[in-house]
Design a binder for this molecule. Structure first.
Ligand code: SAH
Length: 366
């Protein structure tokens, strides 16, 4: 018999036995517990689900990113195989749309090998279905460790925000780990944990009592390893997510269910948990990791927001092409998608896009 306790009750039991839990452990359980974690048990996307991501809004998003990656493959000298890698591919929609755009180039299409890094068994099946009709080989990976030692053209959309973060809270001139414990009624509650040294990236502004500093160690480790791989093997890395360009203080942990924000501790395992991405930290991790290997080519980082990138890459022209000859209603919905993806008051400004490329390589859209 499996464990019949709810995830909330299991977490309460762990805290009762082991003491307060840090936010990263809590997020890892809520999102990735093999039996009851949010991503492990469902397809959360779309109007029927809890949230909608850019590739689910319009095919234009993936097609533009496909054109960008194709250009990078050309700049890299058309390595064969063309390893196209996606981290956290959700339903596989972004990959499908990218491949459609890349397949305009027959040589690229013939060289394509797809790699999906995914932990959720439910989403792996969903991705396999979405991509089943494509003629290119497709491999699933549980982590980036098993990716090939060749040039890698890697993309991740709304992946980093789903990884577990630590939060540190400033109290009486000392940083403490923010934790979840049990209150007097035996319910889960946030609290102050042990004092912590907050590491090598100090906040730019002096903290006040209650200030929060976040750290995404898994995201940084993944960026560091992929940066190292690109430095040694070549390729490109493109990361898209909501987040901020400069290090900043603040609590960005949020829970989402049925397209509404909900309290973090409400429905553990049944609601999405995310944080905003510190792009400065990801860029540092990707680009400054290879000090020992003086022969590796240096990497450069290019950062802008999603709206700028898509517009510079020709979003409006592509939308026009897609809408040509279509019904008034279809054209309206394309216009609506363009707004959602690029308008400053929608995804255009909040979402950032970070490219990590070998130095000297052109980065269109930035
Ligand atoms: N990129 C998709 C989905 C974003 S949701 C889109 O834009 O629609 C986050 C995705 O990351 C899901 O597929 C989730 O299962 C996956 N994921 C979360 N943690 C992961 C990890 N540690 N390793 C690999 N995939 C992970």
């Amino acid at each position: 018999m499996g464990d019949t306790l709810s995830l909330t009750d299991r977490i309460k039991r762990m805290i009762a036995l082991q003491g307060p839990m840090d936010i990263a452990t809590f997020m890892a359980l809520a999102l990735a517990d093999p039996d009851q974690g949010y991503y492990m048990t469902r397809d959360p996307f779309g109007t029927q689900g809890d949230f909608t991501t850019a590739p689910e809004i319009s095919q234009l998003f993936g097609e533009i990113l496909g054109v960008w990656m194709l250009y990078q493959w050309h700049q890299a000298g058309k390595p064969n195989p063309f390893h196209l890698v996606e981290l956290g591919p959700g339903r596989g929609t972004l990959m499908r749309d990218m491949v459609r755009a890349i397949s305009q180039d027959q040589t690229a299409s013939n060289a394509l090998t797809l790699h999906l890094v995914e932990t959720s068994p439910v989403l792996k099946i969903c991705q396999q279905k979405t991509l089943a009709a494509l003629p290119c080989p497709l491999r699933h990976h549980d982590s980036i460790e098993s990716l090939p030692s060749d040039p890698l053209f890697t993309i991740a959309n709304e992946f980093l925000d789903a990884l577990p973060i630590h939060q540190w809270i400033y109290h009486k001139e000392t940083w403490h780990e923010r934790v979840i414990g049990l209150n007097q009624a035996g319910e889960l509650a946030f609290g102050l944990g042990a004092t912590r040294d907050i590491g090598s990236l100090p906040p730019p502004t002096p903290p006040k009592d209650g200030s929060i500093w976040e750290h995404n160690p898994l995201g940084e480790a993944i960026c560091q390893q992929l940066g190292q791989k690109i430095g040694q093997q070549g390729g490109a890395l493109l990361l898209i997510d909501y987040g901020y360009e400069k290090p900043a203080l603040g609590d960005s942990l949020q829970a989402l269910k049925d397209h509404h924000y909900t309290p973090i501790l409400d429905e553990i395992g049944n609601q999405d948990l995310t944080s905003h991405v510190n792009f400065h930290a990801m860029q540092q991790a990707a680009c400054h990791n290879d000090k020992q290997n003086t022969h590796a080519p240096a990497l450069s980082a290019h950062l802008t927001n999603q709206g700028n990138f898509l517009l510079q890459m020709g979003l409006l022209e592509r939308a026009g092409q897609l809408g040509a000859g279509k019904s008034h209603q279809d054209q309206e919905s394309i216009r609506d998608a363009v707004e959602r993806l690029a308008a400053p008051n929608q995804m255009g400004t909040l979402f950032k896009i970070l490219a990590i490329l070998p130095t000297g390589i052109d980065a269109p859209g930035f």
